[in-house]
Design a protein around this ligand. Structure first.
Ligand SMILES: [Zn+2]
Length: 315
């Protein structure tokens, strides 16, 4: 999807896969733009598109790439196109609907300015979201239900299997899902973000915007009415954390019910509740980092010590 190593090489960013800080599959980056250290503390996980500094924690994708490359946000968006694969080919979709195995709305467009503005107003970086999730737009020139929506592709193993259309503003209905007969897989039989979960832990949220806010490692059930197909997918993980809207008592009840089902299948599940409230899509970066701790194994101090001792011995 994104060739970070090639990008790093072209933009003079020092990286290494052999550095002693590197964990399998991660690319270590010499400079951390957050703590300004030059000691390969920063790592990039190509599967989950996550930058993590072992001193600072998670660094947001767009911030890291902007700081490392020195490019402005819009220049970065342009530059990254060259290093990306797997995006929807709008021209191919327009000229021959058969190239895709789902039926796209007519006259699909790149993300429109008004939709970018909407996302920026919601405190997302529209260019980052567009790059990471391949979202598109519709205008007036398409089927009525699809008009003026943000088009969100749902992928399985890199392939688009269905779409969700999100209205902006007060337009109703808020969501229009590609009907089952035009999809490869019905939306409610997928988990949004499932492709990008790299570990054996997962955080379950209600909607796509929640998933975007919390980042990779999170999956959305498209509302609190989860399905048995979704439960089946969740049972592949060792630990399932459910974070439905914290200020909605019905949502919390559904979260508890989901965890009960996970537990009944002999798997670990937990409802996440914090001393802050609200819709995860509105969380600030500190709250996001706080929640994301659940995705990482806590390292016991004794483990770290014994590792240090080991590395001293080999040195
Ligand atoms: Zn750092």
């Amino acid at each position: 999807m994104f060739d970070f190593k090639a990008f790093a090489e072209d933009y003079g960013i020092a990286v290494s896969s052999e550095h002693h800080h590197s964990t399998h599959g991660w690319v270590q980056v010499e400079y951390c733009p957050n703590c300004h250290s030059h000691s390969y503390r920063l790592g990039y996980n190509p599967k989950s598109h996550t930058f993590n500094c072992w001193k600072c924690g998670v660094i947001t994708f767009w911030f890291a790439l902007q700081e490392l490359s020195g490019l402005s946000s819009s220049d970065l968006a342009k530059a990254l196109k060259e290093y990306k694969t797997g995006d929807i080919d709008i021209d191919a979709v327009r000229h021959s609907k058969n190239v895709a195995s789902i039926v796209y709305p007519n006259n699909l467009k790149n993300l429109k300015k008004s939709h970018k503005r909407y996302l920026n107003e919601r405190n997302f970086n529209a260019e980052e979201i567009e790059f990471l999730y391949d979202i598109k737009s519709t205008g007036h020139d398409c089927e009525k239900q699809w008009q003026h929506r943000i088009v969100i592709p749902v992928k399985q193993k890199g392939k688009v299997v269905t779409l969700q259309g999100r209205a902006v503003g007060d337009k109703s209905p808020k969501y229009y899902n590609l009907p089952e007969n035009k999809s490869v897989v019905d939306l409610k039989n997928t988990l949004y973000g499932f492709d990008y979960v790299s570990g054996n832990r997962v955080i379950v949220v209600e909607g796509v915007f929640d998933m975007w806010r919390l980042g990779f490692g999170t999956v959305a059930t498209y509302g609190v009415q989860y399905t048995s197909a979704q439960i089946k997918m969740l049972l592949r993980f060792d630990r399932v954390y459910v974070l439905y809207d914290l200020d909605d008592s019905d949502a919390i009840e559904r979260a508890k019910k989901l965890v009960g089902t996970i537990n009944a299948h002999g798997k670990y599940g937990k409802v996440l509740q914090f001393d802050f409230d609200g819709d995860p899509a509105e969380f600030n970066q500190d709250q996001v980092n706080y929640v994301r701790r659940y995705l990482y194994e806590k390292k016991k101090k004794t483990d770290r010590k014994s590792k240090d001792q080991k590395s001293k011995i080999t040195l």
